[in-house]
Design a protein around this ligand. Structure first.
Ligand SMILES: Cc1cc2nc3c(=O)[nH]c(=O)nc-3n(C[C@H](O)[C@H](O)[C@H](O)COP(=O)(O)O)c2cc1C
Length: 313
């Protein structure tokens, strides 16, 4: 077994790198442009019961520190996914994670129920935190609502482990993360984009059609590292909780930081828009790092941050 192999809620992945939701189209597309074995798993675009066109342009803006997007959950809808995408997932030999979204608990439950029967989707991820559609806001503003929604989604899954994708949380004790775990999440995905805005100072207009959007890329990396480490230590059972950490990963060192903070999977989204093959370099860097750390497996480094801070040279 490769030194990079990881297990997420009982599902074995060849490596820790995950193509994150929104960065890989419906899923299989990204495998056409990266060498085999680059990703341990590929997440589908978040799928809703009905097809969605998303927001009008502009919906993605490049920034010096990353990207601002308000795509608005554009996706082909559940029927199209089940007919045209799901039957092909098994053929590639890659682990796919089915991302689900909606406007109500019923929406999430109907997509989760359908995904549960898809052989090529051994993991489901509930996107409870899209910052630019209002979708999920009812859950992320209230831990009680989060727990109830997760409970409902979990009970619609007879066999597939459930990851819950959270927004940036800074409240002490991480009540949303706790609520997701209490609701039955088998793992957490930390984190989604961070609500943000850009204004064109000449026209004095918002640069996104939706006015507000989600910030991603290097600007949010250190926020994600802190949240992964914080959730791991604040939550009962956090030291064994499977976490997919993501936010601003562009180099192997970023991925390694998230692993030391407690993530066993590491997602990439924004970086893949610039160069999907960059994930290959990240994987190679991690392989060398595992060797240099003198451990047999990357799993030995999950949450292995030391508590004594680095001293100045
Ligand atoms: C253009 C774009 C579209 C996205 N679409 C989704 C989505 O459909 N579902 C979801 O859960 N996250 C979505 N995300 C969030 C990413 O999966 C990821 O959580 C976030 O961008 C932080 O990672 P990064 O800094 O590596 O981009 C999207 C991000 C971007 C930039």
């Amino acid at each position: 077994m490769s030194s990079l192999a990881v297990t997420l809620a009982g599902v074995e992945l060849r490596g820790p790198l995950v193509a994150a939701a929104g960065a890989a189209g419906c899923g299989p597309e990204i495998l056409e442009v990266v060498p085999d074995g680059t990703f341990g798993a590929v997440t589908t675009k978040s799928i809703t019961p009905e097809p969605r066109d998303g927001h009008p342009p502009w919906r993605v803006i490049e920034l010096p520190t990353g990207m601002l997007n308000a795509v608005g959950l554009a996706n082909p809808g559940l029927d199209h996914f089940m007919e045209s995408v799901a039957p092909h997932l098994m053929k590639s030999g890659t682990v796919f994670i089915g991302s689900i979204a909606g406007h109500s608990i019923e929406d999430y439950v109907s997509v989760a129920t359908a995904f549960d029967s898809v052989e090529g989707l051994p993991l489901v991820e509930a996107n409870m935190s899209c910052p630019n559609t209002g979708t999920g806001r009812q859950f992320t503003d209230d831990p009680v609502a989060m727990r109830e929604a997760v409970q409902a989604i979990k009970s619609s899954l007879a066999q597939t482990p459930l990851f819950v994708k959270l927004p940036l949380e800074t409240a002490s004790g991480y009540p949303l993360a706790r609520a997701a775990v209490e609701g039955g999440a088998d793992g957490l995905t930390i984190m989604n984009t961070v609500p943000a805005m850009a204004i064109d100072v000449d026209s004095r207009r918002p640069r996104l059609s939706n006015t507000s959007g989600g910030l991603s890329g290097p600007a949010i990396h250190q926020l994600a590292v802190r949240m992964v480490a914080g959730v791991r230590s604040a939550i009962d059972g956090g030291d064994t909780l499977p976490i997919i950490g993501l936010g601003g990963v562009t180099r192997w060192r970023d991925a390694a930081e998230l692993i030391l903070a407690g993530a066993s999977g590491v997602g990439l989204a924004t970086a893949l828009f610039a160069d999907p093959r960059l994930a290959r370099r990240v994987g190679r860097g991690l392989e060398k790092w595992v060797r240099a750390q003198g451990v047999g497996s990357l799993m030995d480094l999950v949450g292995a941050m030391r508590s004594d801070p680095q001293l100045p040279d």
